[in-house]
Design a protein around this ligand. Structure first.
Ligand code: 1GP
Length: 244
């Protein structure tokens, strides 16, 4: 079954939870353990981010040790054509909609597209939209951040992604943002689009997760919480807020 089909089926049954693992932040062994915990508490998918500066060897080792531990799918979100890796079930083929640098919108993608097609890799097109504060990625990808109260601009980008034929919109406040994307913005976007909405960044508690879910997020991404002690319980309470 394709990963798109897997996610569609999951979405029929409620909110999907995605665990984000940054391979720069722990050893491959620790990444395997985190992924296993995520699966045990009910996460639906592991999303590995591809960051510049990580060797292909460490990435492959991380993938191998995650794969050994889990049966849920593992998707990769490469930082660019130079960070490609094929040992995943699918790739998020994400366009950073509000970047001022065309490399992040479609440039890097065009460098990889023919290879991806020839290799018959499952690519899932995602319109990625960064909302304030955006954190590190907001700075490094030359993003014109959408301000937290500009619901109209956020909705306009999201509708543009839908009209482009993208599969999902990903609303991102930035990893370890002080707060998640505002619920009002999620609601405003959901009124306008009919494709699923992914929301991530700054979701640390069950209260955050429930708020984001009730506002209409179809898929919720958490990353930072698994980097700290006691993450199993925290992840468990987030999962129960998403799946009850
Ligand atoms: C996923 O970048 C986020 O969209 C992850 O954010 O690390 O704040 O959970 P956190």
């Amino acid at each position: 079954m394709s990963i798109s089909q897997y996610l569609n089926d999951k979405l029929q049954n409620g909110t999907v939870h995605i665990t984000l693992i940054d391979p720069m932040k722990q050893s491959p062994e620790a990444a395997g353990r985190l992924a296993l915990t995520a699966q045990e508490v009910g996460s639906d998918l592991i999303l590995v981010t591809g960051v510049g500066g990580l060797s292909q060897r460490s990435l492959l080792e991380t993938t191998r040790l995650i794969r050994e531990k889990i049966s849920i799918p593992m998707v990769y979100s490469p930082a660019g054509a130079e960070a490609l890796c094929f040992s995943f079930d699918a790739l998020f083929f994400s366009s950073l909609l509000n970047s001022k640098n065309s490399r992040f919108v479609a440039g890097s993608h065009s460098q990889a597209s023919i290879l991806l097609k020839r290799m018959d890799v499952e690519t899932i097109s995602v319109g990625y939209l960064m909302i304030e504060p955006g954190m590190k990625l907001g700075e490094s990808a030359d993003i014109e951040l959408v301000s937290r109260d500009n619901y109209l601009l956020a909705s306009s980008y999201a509708v543009a992604a839908e009209l482009f034929g993208m599969k999902y919109v990903y609303l991102e406040a930035g990893s370890s943002a002080a707060q998640p994307v505002p619920a009002g913005m999620i609601r405003a976007i959901k009124r306008e689009i009919s494709i699923p909405l992914i929301v991530g960044g700054g979701i640390r508690t069950a209260v955050d997760a429930r708020r984001v879910r009730q506002a209409g997020a179809d898929m919720v991404v958490t990353g930072t919480i698994i980097e700290n002690a006691g993450y199993r319980e925290r992840l468990r309470s987030i999962l129960s807020a998403l799946k009850d």
